[in-house]
Write a new protein. Structure first.
Length: 335
């Protein structure tokens, strides 16, 4: 289990602030924007480090912006051209770089259910695979460098089932639908962050327990890296004390509980297996709706769903809108 660093570089942050190994590999930092990646690449080249040796992750997931976070500049199709060009460039010039972190976290924070977070995130991942094909890239050239970013919410077993279903679905679709032959393409590598929306401004110390439970769910579900929220984030930017407690929470899980010493420790539990199957069933139903909108294309289905506000407004199989759920959740937490 690794703690991922998410760094805005700016234009003057020196490369020496990043960890360079024997082969000049930059450790797996996640950059939030294209400007950050360009700044890192420029600083590396000025320092004599070949860009092909740079390792890291660019968030670069524009679909979730339209679906949830609403931080976008251009219309969907024009924005996807920029993403396509980034995928093509990194595949050719920066083979150690993850060109997209496909993000379900923002979708969940905007009010989706666990099943919707799972389905929309993977559907976006499939869409990016199809987008790369438009640039002439094969699935096995692109899929191994895709990473994912999930929420860890407070429903403990449901979250574990969500991660287990995500790995199963990604592998199944990569092998079956997209005909990937490289085993690395079948692997769902994901980062997890505990749920910001579950934190309360009242009695913020209780958020320490919430975060610990959510973080443990992420670890038992197989996350590769983890971010734990601080107890006071419902009020302000984290204090130094709160940030230290969040870090110590990770360290207790990683080094004192021994839960990281076994893969899929809840596999075989009838309850977890049934929840996993149910998550997968719900996600497959949503995939079918998106494919129908795109007339067989997950890429076109995702874009059409954005244009028609399908993701947020619901459908016959998803009758409750995100905004209604968010309002209800906030009311229950503040009661």
């Amino acid at each position: 289990m690794r703690r991922r660093h998410r760094q805005p570089l700016g234009h003057a942050r020196p490369l020496r602030r990043y960890r360079l190994g024997d082969h000049h590999d930059v450790d797996d930092d996640q950059l939030s924007g294209g400007r950050d990646a360009r700044a890192l690449r420029r600083q590396a080249e000025e320092s004599g480090v070949a860009r092909a040796q740079l390792g890291g992750t660019l968030q670069n997931d524009i679909l979730k912006e339209y679906q949830a976070q609403k931080e976008f500049v251009f219309p969907p199709r024009q924005s996807m051209r920029l993403v396509r060009d980034t995928i093509a460039f990194t595949a050719a010039e920066m083979p150690k770089w993850n060109s997209i972190s496909v993000s379900g976290y923002h979708i969940r924070e905007a009010g989706s259910t666990a099943a919707e977070e799972l389905a929309f995130t993977l559907a976006n991942g499939f869409a990016y695979v199809e987008l790369a094909r438009q640039a002439g890239l094969g699935v096995d050239e692109v899929a191994p460098r895709l990473s994912f970013f999930f929420n860890a919410h407070i429903d403990f077993f449901e979250e574990i089932a969500k991660y287990r279903a995500a790995r199963r679905l990604w592998a199944t679709w990569m092998k079956g639908h997209y005909e990937a032959t490289n085993e690395l393409s079948w692997k769902l590598r994901f980062h997890t962050q505990t749920a910001g929306v579950s934190l309360t401004a009242q009695q913020p110390e209780v958020n320490i327990a919430r975060t610990a439970i959510e973080a443990l769910a992420g670890v038992l579900g197989g996350t590769q890296s983890l971010h734990t929220n601080s107890m006071d984030e419902a009020l302000a930017l984290p204090s130094e004390k709160a940030a230290r407690i969040a870090l110590r929470t990770q360290q207790v899980i990683a080094y004192e509980t021994n839960v990281v010493n076994v893969a899929d420790p809840l596999g075989g539990s009838w309850f977890v297996e049934e929840l996993t199957d149910e998550m997968a069933r719900q996600a497959e139903g949503i995939f079918a709706e998106i494919l129908a909108m795109g007339e067989g294309s997950m890429l076109e289905g995702c874009i059409k769903g954005i244009e028609d506000n399908w993701f947020r407004a619901g459908s016959p199989s998803r009758p409750t809108t995100w905004s209604a759920r968010s309002t209800r959740a906030r009311a229950s937490l503040s009661a």
